[in-house]
Design a protein around this ligand. Structure first.
Ligand SMILES: [Cu+2]
Length: 495
């Protein structure tokens, strides 16, 4: 009896696991990971499609910028710690038949948490490798599909009643001689045994249900832990905004200690405020940590209204989190912007997004989205390239690194359910990249190396990314020119 029941349970667990959907990023609603960087002498664009479940299979696409790569090896590892030093045997990615510069592979991700995919390229220039940090998470769990649930329930009933009747028949007729019929005493005994068996079977089913529920709630806890934490806010002294993180599971704060979040491109927190609805205004600010893991920022001048909050942090293990919230603000007579803080407003003279492909900049120049005429498609990895022009239309020559990078881009869906903060290296947090790179060599990334930081900056900046689903988006591209932070804004309709 135990064995078949157990088997039903195992099938059940498998079904539960298979119907759960997982994954998440520094971002909100944008789980896939996009990364562009150098594996030694080879430039690679890597896309990691996060699995539906953990354990689950991640689909990996690697596009090589040059045609001298002959083989790509993929291996999943923990981002840091001992697991990052002893990788399992790598898998070989398959080159595409139509396009020899395009490779695909799939990897089992076995654990929750901060992982990375190490990509090794072999080719005519030798060997090179890079690592792509991937946050491995549960995002939600779905109900078991009805037909499967029905089938399992039927099998369970069949086995349970079968067990009762088999036990009864064994007692009643188990050692009858051929031609003999059961006497009333045997029949009575058989009834007693059947009743006892029914009780035992019911007990086993009850325990099985308890076990199932315990498993399901453990899983749900992971799911809730991985959901974006809420940004709980409070306005003090007229313009001081206090932010606290509140996980969707009460235990979130045990896993992610806000007191221990690490710097990600120069700041512990990147706070984005968007006016809602419409996103006609945005601010990119950098709150300071205060006591008790809270953060505080002196707001700049802002009109009264409702604002959407996205606040990016990276925990000490390299996992990115985005706190999400809304805030109704009175008119703020705030301080002037300074440091790395920046603001954009559609209504300010000269800053209106001129069209879907060109955005006017405050100095009279413009930022141009170099996109093809093709429609934008969801789930298609692509490079978003923007060029910066001076007033006279010539390429700007005064670009500077902004927080160590050529640019920062925020992809936000108009319904505010998707938010991604992306860099020239992609959607991975720079802090995770640094954690993952510690101890490995022969690797560089698409950010800003020291040498590049001192050299003249090109008038173009690119971001690898893919829209997670169709809909309307607004893209904010932030760069720095001659000490001023400038924001180009573009609208995108994605099919
Ligand atoms: Cu950034």
């Amino acid at each position: 009896m135990r064995t078949p029941l157990r088997r039903v349970r195992m099938i059940g667990i498998l079904a539960l696991v298979l119907t759960c959907t997982l994954s998440l990023g520094a971002h909100v609603g944008s789980p896939d990971v996009f990364y562009e960087g150098d594996a030694g002498p080879y430039r690679l664009f890597v896309t990691v499609r996060m699995p539906q479940v953990i354990p689950g299979v991640a689909e990996i696409q690697v596009r090589c910028a040059s045609n001298d790569v002959s083989a790509i090896e993929l291996v999943p590892m923990t981002l840091s710690g001992p697991g990052s030093k002893f990788p399992p045997t790598p898998d070989l990615a398959q080159p595409s038949k139509e396009d020899p510069q395009f490779f695909t592979g799939s990897l089992w991700l076995m654990e929750f948490g901060a992982l990375k995919v190490r990509v090794t390229a072999n080719g005519t220039k030798g060997k090179g490798e890079l690592s792509v940090p991937v946050p491995s998470f549960a995002q939600r769990s779905l109900k078991m599909e009805k037909p499967l649930g029905g089938l399992l329930a039927f099998l369970m009933l069949f086995l349970a009643t079968g067990a009762v009747f088999i036990a009864g028949a064994a007692v009643r007729e188990g050692n009858l001689k051929p031609g003999e019929t059961a006497n009333p005493a045997r029949v009575r005994r058989a009834h007693i045994v059947m009743a006892l068996t029914a009780v035992a079977v019911a007990g086993i089913l009850y325990l099985g249900r308890e076990w199932w529920s315990a498993d399901a709630s453990t899983y749900q806890r992971y799911v809730n832990l991985a959901k974006p934490p809420a940004a709980v806010t409070k306005l003090e002294n007229g313009n001081r905004l206090i932010l606290r993180a509140k996980g969707q599971d009460a235990r979130w704060t045990e896993y992610v200690k806000m007191e221990e979040v690490i710097q990600d491109h120069n700041h512990l927190m990147h706070l984005f405020l968007f006016s809602v609805p419409g996103m006609e205004r945005m601010w990119h600010l950098h709150p300071e940590r205060i006591e008790g893991g809270a953060f505080a920022v002196e707001l700049p001048a802002m009109p009264a209204g409702k604002y959407q909050i996205f606040a990016d942090v990276v925990d000490k293990n390299g996992l990115p989190w985005t706190l999400v919230g809304t805030e109704e603000l009175p008119r703020i007579n705030g301080k002037a912007l300074g440091g790395d803080d920046s603001a954009w407003s559609e209504n300010a003279a000269g800053r209106r997004a001129a069209s879907d492909t060109a955005s006017l900049l405050p100095d009279g120049g413009r930022m141009v989205w170099l996109r093809t005429k093709e429609p934008l498609m969801a789930n298609r990895p692509m490079s978003f390239t923007f060029s910066v022009e001076k007033k006279d239309g010539k390429p700007a020559i005064d670009l500077q690194p902004y927080m160590g990078m050529a640019g920062h881009a925020e992809f936000v869906s108009k319904d505010l359910s998707i938010f991604a903060h992306v860099h020239p290296a992609g959607s991975v947090p720079m802090a995770a990249l640094e954690l993952g790179r510690a101890g490995t060599s022969n690797e560089s990334h698409g950010g800003m190396s020291m040498a590049l930081a001192n050299a003249a900056m090109p008038a173009k900046v690119s971001f690898p990314y893919g829209f997670p689903r169709s809909g309307e988006y607004r893209i904010f591209v932030q760069i720095k020119r001659a000490g001023e932070i400038e924001t180009g804004v573009f609208d995108a309709r994605v099919q």
